[in-house]
Design a binder for this molecule. Sequence first.
Ligand code: DX5
Ligand code: ZN
Length: 215
Amino acid sequence: MAIIAPSLLACNFLQLEKECEMINSSKAEWFHLDIMDGRFVPNLSFGLPIVEHIRKTTQKVLDVHLMIEEPEKYAEAFKKAGADILTVHIEACNHLHRNIQQIKHLGMKAGVALNPHTPVRFLEDIIEDIDLVCLMSVNPGFGGQQFIPNTINKIRALRKLMHERNANPLIEIDGGVTLDNATALIHTGATVLVAGSTVFNSANPVETIQQLYNL
Ligand code: DX5
Ligand code: ZN
């Protein structure tokens, strides 16, 4: 069983409150919130005011995925907006260790995300300091893309590294997660599954979340 983190990127923003209530009434333990800056990724999404509003609707964990450059400039603001977990991209951080310390000092859990082309071994000297590794299973920037199969190999490599370093971060998979590939991901070692279109494009999102927990 993995923690299911529905990604609001795929929700109907005209009905944001209802969508949050839907997640609240479901088994999902986390909200996954995708923040894009149009620089690190070729797309824009939403920002701090939306995170603040979502915070008011829920007690569940807010898992904030920053697809932005210079994340250190915004870490404190996301803490104030209600983030519980703040994930930064390794490709966007020249001073990753400093960024991780900043996030932890602010009282949040710290995550590091890796793009599909970034080897897991780049985490060698930081793995003991982080609470979550987010393996991107699509190129970040858009929902509804196809899962990249090599992600399975990366989960294996990550587990090996974790074992060698005696570290225990959560393993989050983000992008293209479906009811069809989720079982293999969980069996290989994923502990958090992000699901955007699989949840929000389904006829019964609450039931789909339940199905993901049943795997
Ligand atoms: C992609 C985002 C994902 C996205 C996943 O850049 O990080 O969280 O919302 O969407 P699906 O599940 O539709 O691939
Ligand atoms: Zn994401």
